[in-house]
Ligand binder design. Structure first.
Ligand SMILES: [Zn+2]
Length: 273
């Protein structure tokens, strides 16, 4: 009986949380704000607006994502989930990542789960003989992937898509050290209101956030947020970039903890290039 009561109250909480979310999205089309300034609004495709509420702790936290919605089943049942722990071995094969990144007006948002930079230009990357286009980059703190069991203070995900819709993410670790002026520009432009897009005239070349050495780990995994979709090609650069203690503090002021814990390998191995 006691268990039944707990299950019922849990269900009520989940339903009320997701219906609250749906209500929010239902009011979006045709609102005055959207008619006046469509560029300031997130596209209706934004996962925050149309999907069941989830978070990084408590009843909606990572351990329970798979139970929150049938659409999130892969978070629980998937056998190639991300992030994972990585072990560095000397590469015995060379495969370079190549970038054709360029300056673009800086466009940022706070999605409610992370701070994000949006890209509209053809920002191209060649990964494993396929050409991908950069869609967005966002930050996790602390890092999601661990290297030999160790977290970095933060991790940047450069999310790419190719012409067949396949997703490839390049991850860059941030360690504490010298201040990064480009990171400063990004952090200062994040809108204070969630789910609003700030389109600035400042220029950002995403390559400014890459380290000089391209050696990396490669493995097949998933999105690290619901719906935890699998088939994502991950490339994690083993050379971090640096940010000052103050910049890391500023980044953490948006989200102190927005990392999914490392997932089981289920027989997967990563390759070092
Ligand atoms: Zn991410």
């Amino acid at each position: 009986m006691k268990h039944l009561l707990i299950v019922i109250s849990l269900l009520t909480l989940i339903v009320s949380c997701s219906s609250k979310n749906k209500k929010k999205s239902a009011t979006l089309p045709g609102t005055k704000a959207q008619q006046k300034a469509p560029k300031k609004m997130l596209s209706p495709k934004s996962p925050n607006k149309l999907t069941t509420h989830w978070s990084y702790e408590g009843l909606f936290g990572p351990e329970l994502w798979g139970n929150l919605s049938p659409e999130y089943a892969a978070c629980k049942n998937g056998k190639s989930q991300s992030p994972i722990n990585l072990i560095w071995r000397k590469p015995n094969e060379k495969r370079t990542l190549q970038f054709k990144y360029m300056d673009e007006p800086l466009t940022t948002s706070d999605t409610g789960h992370s701070v994000k930079v949006h890209f509209a230009s053809q920002q191209l990357a060649s990964i494993s003989s396929s050409i991908y286009s950069l869609q967005q980059l966002h930050f996790h703190s602390p890092s999601e992937h661990t290297i030999s069991g160790k977290h970095y203070p933060a991790e940047i995900h450069f999310v790419h898509k190719n012409s067949s819709g396949a997703i490839a993410v390049i991850a860059v670790m941030i360690s504490q050290g010298n201040s990064n002026p480009h990171l400063d520009t990004i952090l200062k432009s994040i809108p204070s209101q969630k789910n609003k897009i700030n389109s600035t005239k400042l220029k950002l070349n995403p390559g400014q956030l890459l380290p000089p050495i391209m050696t990396h780990y490669s493995y097949k995994g998933s999105l690290t947020t619901p719906p935890c979709t699998e088939g994502v090609l991950w490339s994690i650069l083993n050379t971090p970039i640096t940010a000052s203690a103050q910049q890391i503090k500023k980044l953490k002021s948006f989200y102190k903890t927005n990392n999914r814990p490392v997932q089981r390998l289920h027989g997967r191995t990563s390759t070092n290039y």
